[in-house]
Design a protein around this ligand. Structure first.
Ligand code: SAH
Length: 223
């Protein structure tokens, strides 16, 4: 009986996640099969504070601890698609936050390195990722502006906080053929989601994708 109740609870979110993917993500044109499968599988409700669980699958960003936010599901899917990841590729995330984006990338088969400047969030996200079966994701507390030299170069880099211009160390740590997705702009403005690519000769190109709103990248000591 207890088992049946627990199983029901565990499965409860799935039809709702299915609806989230169908109505918010596929409906807006995301087609990458690995992204869609990961968004169906990762339990987003586990990444938001307990009081906000009931809102976890709604079509918007949500506040998490320490005054930060977890992005809207569609934006997570869009940024994941723009990374054009193949299984086994190395990806650096700047701004671990709740760990949700990192879990989606891990579910897509990427080798994920994620940096968070707020110590409490880094520790919490690392514990949560481990508990949910994403223990291979490497999380460290530090200033992601500087990238993660020991593990560079990366086939893909995703910045989940707003910055302008794009941090030079991140472009340096991008592998030839690599993609970097970043919300470019000042925090008080709407930012532009941009994709930078580095070709085999090391030449960087930029394209703009969509206006977005992210919390700022902050510099300096760990918090
Ligand atoms: N990707 C997250 C959402 C990130 S919100 C998720 O899926 O939940 C942006 C995060 O960037 C915040 O947690 C903020 O603390 C962090 N951040 C801001 N500046 C940073 C920096 N210089 N280095 C690393 N993380 C930073």
């Amino acid at each position: 009986m207890l088992l049946a109740v627990l199983l029901t609870m565990a499965c409860e979110a799935e039809p709702r996640r299915e609806a989230m993917v169908r109505d918010q993500i596929e409906a807006r044109g995301i087609t990458n099969a690995a992204v869609l499968a990961a968004m169906r599988k990762v339990p987003r409700e586990e990444f938001v504070p307990a009081a906000a669980r009931g809102l976890a699958l709604r079509d918007g960003a949500l506040p998490i601890e320490c005054g930060q936010t977890i992005s809207q599901p569609y934006i997570v899917a869009l940024m994941s698609e723009l990374l054009e990841l193949k299984r086994g590729e190395k990806v650096l995330e700047v701004g671990t936050g709740s760990g949700y984006q990192a879990a989606v990338l891990a579910e897509m088969g990427a080798e994920v390195y994620s940096i968070e400047i707020v110590g409490w969030l880094a520790t919490n996200a690392a514990g949560r990722l481990k508990r949910l079966g994403y223990g291979k994701v490497q999380v460290k507390c530090g200033d992601g502006y500087l990238g993660w030299k020991e593990h560079a170069p990366f086939e893909a880099i995703i910045v989940t906080c707003a910055v302008e211009p794009v941090p030079a160390p991140l472009l340096e740590q991008l592998k030839p053929g690599g993609r970097l997705v970043v919300p470019l702009g000042r925090p008080e403005q709407t930012q532009m989601l941009a994709v930078f690519t580095k070709d085999e000769k090391g030449t960087i190109s930029r394209r703009n994708v969509a206006p977005v709103v992210f919390v700022p990248l902050v510099r300096g000591e760990k918090r």
